[in-house]
Ligand binder design. Structure first.
Ligand code: PMP
Length: 449
């Protein structure tokens, strides 16, 4: 009997005992193909020998120093690798232990920036509905996923409001061009600034390619340029949450590189440490660092394990492997193979409404009816059934939380490691297609429109 408080108290999850590359071995000896890297975490697969060795070296050299008293070489080098070339004007880094902590720190950094700037009234944040930014109360308040929020209400409700997500598959109107859809979304954001009072808004928060809640949904062309303009017009910051889609997953190190803009604050986690160590971080625009250096002189926020040497050493080695083995090119080509495989195998399936994503971050959205895009509805939990069917057949995929708020269609997300072989990518496609076919065929006739 388990003594751990698991997510579901009805059924404890299987116990994993070891893992190598994209393969996980359970206590009962079964091997599973990890097609989602946990939740887009294991970018180099499991047990990468270079990262394992880097961790060993670091433990033997310097295991821990309190981040309030010391910096450490691993953290300094990691910051140099990430922002030494000042991508998009991001010149500073701040390391924490998770994505939620990174989001929490981003919210506080944005507020402190305006405090130092003599604009203490800028305390509000605008985020998007059907989003997820983490599980701590501030990050949860930023998120727009009703079912995750409600059990823990009241959240920091006054500080956060939400606008529509960029979700073309469902929200772009019939006959509306991509450009018109983008204009409409930017106008909605502008109206929200006006409603709140533009000089009360600290930042707009968005995920460049929406992972868990919408299933690898990229924004329409020009969307991020348009929202960047709205933020600039009103002197607000742009916070981009790349916890899931960042660190190479979409084929560029940062997903925003494909949007022609850069954020003021970027949050990263998951693929930063590749799952070898818990680590998250902020990448920060020079003008924010300057305001703090010229102002009070310190970011009034910190954690016991901030910039942990072992976590930073692991993340540094992950970055070196990505660079030295040219893995971003691999993400692009294997991502293309994955996408083409899904299109070929599931593109015409009567219950697959959309296949979308970027790089090795791809999802399928399931519908009761392709023409009307009608959902199966939350009660059937089609995404969980597909996850379970795939698991039975030996593959781990991520069911997403699309139906968690009861609003939208089920989706299943794939995020294989950057080192996955062509044969493993093909096996992932085949396993998912088989699971989709089996589950949809087993549904009651009346929901299979
Ligand atoms: N932001 C996004 C976009 C995420 O997907 C997640 C985790 N799924 C988080 C933040 C929170 O990260 P963590 O679970 O490491 O706290």
């Amino acid at each position: 009997m388990t003594r751990i408080l698991h997510r579901s108290s009805r059924s404890a999850p299987p116990v994993a005992v070891s893992a190598q590359g994209p393969w996980i071995t359970q206590a009962d000896g079964r091997r599973l193909l990890d097609a989602c890297g946990g939740a887009a975490v294991s970018c180099l697969g499991h047990g990468h020998p270079r990262v394992v060795e880097a961790i060993r070296r670091q433990v033997g050299q310097l295991d821990y120093v309190h981040s309030g008293s010391f910096s450490n070489e691993a953290a300094e080098e990691l910051a140099e690798v990430l922002v030494g070339h000042e991508p998009g004007g991001l010149t500073g880094a701040y390391f924490v232990s998770s994505g939620s902590e990174a989001m929490e720190a981003a919210l506080k950094l944005a507020r402190q920036f305006f405090l130092e700037h003599g604009q203490p009234q800028r305390q509000r944040f605008i985020a998007r509905r059907q989003s997820y930014h983490g599980n701590t109360l501030g990050a949860l308040a930023a998120g727009g996923n009703a079912l995750r929020r409600e059990p823990y209400a009241p959240l920091l409700a006054d500080a956060f409001s939400h606008v529509s997500p960029a979700y073309a598959y469902r929200n772009r109107r019939d006959g509306e061009s991509e450009a018109d859809y983008t204009t409409r979304l930017a106008a909605e954001l502008e109206a929200e600034f006006q409603r709140l009072g533009p000089d009360t808004v600290a930042a707009f928060i968005a995920e460049p390619v929406v992972g868990a809640t919408l299933g690898c949904a990229p924004a329409p062309a020009g969307y991020f340029r348009a929202v960047r303009e709205v933020c600039d017009r009103h002197g607000a910051l742009l916070i981009l949450d790349e916890v899931m889609c960042g660190m190479g997953r979409t084929g560029t190190l940062h997903a925003w590189e494909q949007e022609g803009i850069a954020p003021d604050i970027q949050t990263v986690a998951k693929g930063l440490g590749g799952g070898f160590q818990p680590i998250g971080g902020l990448l920060i625009a020079g003008r924010i660092l300057d305001a703090i250096r010229d102002g009070s002189g310190s970011f009034k926020h910190g954690h016991t394990y901030g910039a942990h040497p072992i976590a930073c050493a692991a993340a540094l080695e992950v970055q070196r492997v990505i660079q030295e083995e040219a893995l971003l090119v691999q993400v692009q080509s294997m991502g293309e193979r994955l996408r083409q495989g899904l299109e070929a195998r599931l593109g015409q399936h009567p219950h697959v409404g959309d296949i979308r994503g970027r790089g090795l971050f791809q999802a399928v959205e399931l519908v009761a009816d392709r023409d009307s895009k009608a959902c199966f509805g939350p009660a059937l939990q089609v995404n969980l059934r597909i996850r379970d069917a795939a698991l039975k057949a030996g593959m781990l995929c991520y069911p997403g939380t699309g139906t968690a708020d009861g609003l939208h269609g089920d989706h299943v997300l794939l995020a294989p490691p950057y080192i996955a072989s062509p044969a493993e990518i093909d096996l992932i496609v085949e396993s998912l297609a088989t699971a989709v076919e089996a589950v949809t065929a087993s549904l009651p006739r009346e929901v299979r429109a």
